[in-house]
Design a protein around this ligand. Sequence first.
Ligand code: NAD
Ligand code: 4TP
Length: 324
Amino acid sequence: MSALPIFAITSGEPAGVGPELCARLLERDWPVRLVVLGDIGLIRARGGKSRRVVPFDAALGRGPAGALEVLHVPLNAPAQAGVLDPANASYVLALLDRALAGCQSGEFAGMVTAPVHKGVINDAGVAFTGHTEYLAEHTHTPLVVMMLVGGGLRVALATTHLPLAAVPAAITREVLEETLRILHADLVARFALAAPRILVAGLNPHAGEGGHMGREEIEIITPVLETLRAEGMRLIGPLPADTLFVPHTLEQGDAVLAMYHDQGLPVLKHASFGGGVNVTLGLPIIRTSVDHGTALDLAGTGRADPGSLFAAVELAIDMARVRA
Ligand SMILES: NC(=O)c1ccc[n+]([C@@H]2O[C@H](COP(=O)([O-])OP(=O)(O)OC[C@H]3O[C@@H](n4cnc5c(N)ncnc54)[C@H](O)[C@@H]3O)[C@@H](O)[C@H]2O)c1
Ligand SMILES: N[C@H](C(=O)O)[C@H](O)COP(=O)(O)O
């Protein structure tokens, strides 16, 4: 029997829903080998006593049938559901570091991340804005693109986790052009779209109303679109963001590029929360993630929906196949 590709699943913030959602991966038969990274005692405790949770054995070509394999990374401090503890921030980051190292070495075919709590990592003294930026930095990738997939939509972002006041200055011609190049290239290479059509949002209300409500569309966005169209990219915009997401317009594109986090993600999450997937484009590895956060209010209750984690695993597997 040939060895199965292994995908690493980081279990994320130990006070959140990540550990119990990872334990629920047992509910399905997967066509690949899944290895959850986390404290094995925590995964067992949050998954319920009857769950079969076993240590990961790298020497095996396949994991034991009907069991969930855990690559044990010890907690720094006991974890209590719903209660954040900065003492475990370095544990959360160690999960990411181990998964990334495995992806880079070829041990893992990709990584899927359960949610982390950005605030508690910062409270522990580590500047952290998200997996997206962390993985970019730790793979020395100058620019990556966050894209969420769900509800029949693909929504990518020109800027990610930064204060709204900092958004306009962050959208330079260089950043926008490179963002569109990454988005286009990965839609081709990882989503099997031969000639993707990308709907590009404006930044300002009504896409600036001809310059009367902001000039970024005229000075930044339109010149970049013209440059890239001349190379053959199929780009539509800049479009007013309020009507970009109406069905008639969405039908004309394969993906949307929104200018900032809360321009694009509320629409996507309204359409698919609990079943959406967050993908990092432009990385040298495959990384997908859930569309939700740590849900501290649900942690330990067993009521959190595993749908987004399942969809994230499925998408990572699909992306690996397209790429292979
Ligand atoms: N992929 C990630 O690591 C990721 C994604 C989003 C948010 N976050 C982080 O999570 C933390 C909490 O964020 P938030 O409170 O804004 O969002 P949240 O997604 O944790 O919670 C928002 C609401 O959705 C519910 N919810 C979340 N996941 C659910 C699930 N699986 N099943 C059923 N209901 C679910 C919660 O109970 C809550 O009512 C923040 O630090 C945020 O930055 C992390
Ligand atoms: N922006 C994401 C969302 O709203 O779902 C989330 O914060 C996670 O981002 P990272 O994948 O960078 O952690």
